[in-house]
Design a protein around this ligand. Sequence first.
Ligand code: DC
Length: 209
Amino acid sequence: MVIAIDGPAGSGKSTVAKRIAGILGYAFLNSGSFYRGITLLALRNAINPTDEQALTALAKSLSIEYAHSCLVINGEDVEDKLHSDAVDAQVSAVSAVVPLRRIVNEKIRAVTESQNVVCEGRDMTTTVFPDADYKFYLDASIDVQATRRYQQGVSNLTLEEIKETIRARDESDKNKAEGSLKIASDATYIDTSGLTVDKVCAIIIDLII
Ligand code: DC
């Protein structure tokens, strides 16, 4: 069973997907972590985010495992290093590299082969799991998106600066050659702006069971 959830930054999809996975006893998979992990390693290796060949070679060379909702790269649990401002600023460019996306998609599909999964990202409902059992698209206003990120307390930017970086990232994520963020025609659309996490989860669970 695959429950696929897509949406822009700060739409609440990670929180909701994790909660739904907990309720159903399914695994939770955050596909953005894969792109963030590769971005982290690119930054550490001083690879230019526009150097597609170097990024693809890097992605191929890494041992990437995903277990218990944690990303492990070359044996290191990098989960708590994935949400820095530096990773945030580069990840959309890194994730636009088409051959790199294919490597990530293979790894994601492998994770779902042996277990029921709630997975979230930008192209789960369209490219990676076009036949997912249930599909959702979560959205939110730019003010709500930025406030959620600000309240996570992991950014050194002002609320206004966060708003601008999210706007730019969403724009870039919607305009990729492959795996762009869009609403699948068979996905249920939920604007989470004025809804609590509990309410969004209740809507989703109602549709599933
Ligand atoms: O969900 P997130 O904000 O952690 O994702 C980080 C970036 O990774 C996002 O800007 C776009 C990219 N991404 C993607 O291209 N495809 C996915 N399935 C998930 C994330």
